[in-house]
Write a protein that binds this ligand. Structure first.
Ligand code: C2O
Ligand code: CU
Length: 544
């Protein structure tokens, strides 16, 4: 393959034209989507990130475990202060067992709208995929495009306290495709040979949406998710949460013709505006044949079809073979239950508030809306700085309640604001139950954890029942993910072993919810052995 050990990322503006208009966007090396990083499982590589743009930036390696080394993980004010214009930061990516598709993206305000790319972790030299070798591999990165400048979208969103402007298009590898104005000639085309199998390296990089994706006339087979192999799962369509990656096999076994691949939003909150457009790319068989004038669109479920999404997510299973065993923690030392909620704040004096009933939206976990500090938590922890964060993220919701009822008490509605972390002892085994609520109106939340993958041992609709639901857990072949979609008015139970010391961010990967405060931080303490402790910081940590 084309694995390399060193990359140079120059973050800079470049003009791009989409949907009949041109604007400057933030890019890496002028490319959009950005460069693909290719490496082997278990490798460590170096990326020099230069900020040649006007604003602060950070870059995050989504799904890369970074053992003992959160220093270059990337989330701003969590593990580092931003790289300022004119500065450079040398970042390491340290892989462990991740194999398959991962990705990287900016992790500073909403800059990840255009600053993203794929990471492909190949099996170690001398080993191979647990499925027949595909004829070719193609990154398929789903994104979201605004005609407006993304900083303006972000600032308008902050100013109004309401929902952000919805995007003007979804994109496949940066292109909206045939169905949008001025986009036809640049539609992405994938040329295929009849009878061959292609591996789609899929990323959902969209800022604010979970997506349905399919290819007309064909079924597709999921063989990996979030950099971990799965049992083959053959479907008409897939659901891909914001932040998730999928490895998907596509067998070109139909009548030679042109077909559409397409993606559109899965969005469940009745009052939340969303982009209801469809992005397409063309799958075109090579050879001589008379093709239909216009390809047909794949079947995709309705935008609010929670059952379709839930059934798909609940069907993904780890490969759990001899060669790729699972190690689900069976004995839990730390159980945490947390709500994930969209909330409202009363409107401040002199504010415009476009949230429901003239409020300002916020979001929370266990009723704490997370406030980013102005010095990063990792530095404060490592340097024993006081007053940057507190250690009292609650283990359980404020009170046990029917969280998915139609009407919820006011006390749940308005969260506290704070910067609270949860300390985990080294090697503790954690079960974390994420409970969606019906506040404001329930919606799915793709929750991402840095520094780890976790086993999704349970997924359910309604309220988590601590007596009954654990009896149904899948401890045999649960999927091993870094981002789990908590279904609307439902719950997800994840387990992991806290064997990676450091400061690790957990948050909703819908950018608007992240901005509103739907996040928390784990600090995993050092173990006793020197090899179980945090590594020292690199010399060039960006100053605060
Ligand atoms: Cu993909 Cu904290 O992010
Ligand atoms: Cu969310």
């Amino acid at each position: 393959c084309h694995a390399r050990h060193y990359y140079r990322f120059i973050v800079k503006e470049a003009p791009y034209t989409r949907l009949c208009s041109t604007k400057n966007i933030l890019t890496v090396n002028g490319e959009f989507p950005g460069p693909t990083i290719r490496l082997y499982a278990g490798e460590t590589i170096t990326v020099d990130v230069y900020n040649k743009a006007k604003d602060n930036i950070t870059i995050h390696w989504h799904g890369v475990k970074m053992p003992r080394y959160p220093w270059t993980d990337g989330p701003e004010y969590i593990t580092q202060c931003p790289i300022q214009p004119g500065s450079k930061f040398t970042q390491k990516l340290i892989l462990t067992t991740e194999e398959g598709t991962l990705w990287w993206h900016a992790h500073s305000e909403w800059s990840r709208a255009t600053v993203y790319g794929a990471i492909i972790a190949y099996p170690k030299p001398g080993t191979s995929y647990p499925y027949p070798k595909p004829h070719a591999e193609v990154p398929i990165i789903l994104g979201e495009w605004w005609k407006q400048d993304i900083t303006a979208v972000y600032e308008g969103f902050l100013a109004t306290g309401g929902d952000p402007n919805v995007s003007d298009a979804f994109t496949i590898n940066g292109q909206p495709g045939d169905l949008y104005p001025c986009s036809k000639p640049d539609t992405i085309r994938l040329y295929v040979d009849h009878g061959k199998t292609y591996l789609l390296r899929m990323v959902n990089a969209a800022l604010n949406d979970i997506l349905f994706f399919g290819i007309s006339g064909h079924q597709i087979t999921v063989v990996g998710a979030d950099g971990s192999y799965t049992k083959p799962l053959t479907r008409d369509f897939v659901v891909i949460g914001s932040g998730n990656t999928l490895d998907v096999l596509f067998h070109a076994n139909q009548k030679p013709d042109k077909y559409y691949m397409a993606a559109r939003a899965y969005s469940t909150a009745p009052l939340v505006p969303f982009d209801n457009t469809t992005t397409t790319a063309i799958v075109q068989y090579n050879g001589n044949y008379s093709s239909s004038s216009s390809p047909s669109l794949p079947y995709l479920p309705n935008y609010n079809d929670t059952n379709a999404s839930f059934n798909f997510s609940a069907s993904v299973r780890s490969l759990a073979s001899e060669e790729y065993p699972v190690s689900v923690p069976l004995h839990v030392t730390t159980q945490i239950i947390s709500t994930v909620s969209v909330n409202t704040f009363p409107c401040g004096f002199n504010e415009t508030c476009l949230g429901t009933n003239g409020t300002r939206f916020s979001a929370s976990m266990n009723n704490i809306s997370f406030l980013l500090p102005s010095i990063d938590i990792l530095q404060a922890y490592y340097g024993h700085l006081k007053g940057v964060f507190g250690g009292s993220f609650p283990k359980f919701p404020p009170f046990i309640f029917n969280f998915t009822a139609q009407y919820l008490p006011m006390i749940l509605e308005i969260p506290k604001v704070g910067t609270e972390v949860y300390f985990l002892d080294y090697n503790s085994t954690v079960e974390f139950v994420l409970q969606g609520t019906n506040l404001v109106s329930g919606i799915d939340h793709p929750i991402h954890l840095h520094g780890y993958s976790f086993y999704v041992v349970g997924l359910g609709l309604g309220n988590f029942d601590p007596k009954k639901d654990p009896l149904q857990y899948n401890l045999i072949d649960p999927p091993f993910l870094n981002t789990v979609t908590v279904p609307k008015n439902g719950w997800a139970a994840i387990r992991f072993q806290a064997n990676n010391p450091g400061v690790w961010f957990m948050h909703c990967h819908l950018e608007r919810h992240l901005t509103w405060g739907m996040e928390m931080v784990f600090i995993v303490k050092d173990g006793h052995r020197p090899e179980d402790r945090l590594l020292p910081p690199p010399p060039d940590m960006p100053p605060c």
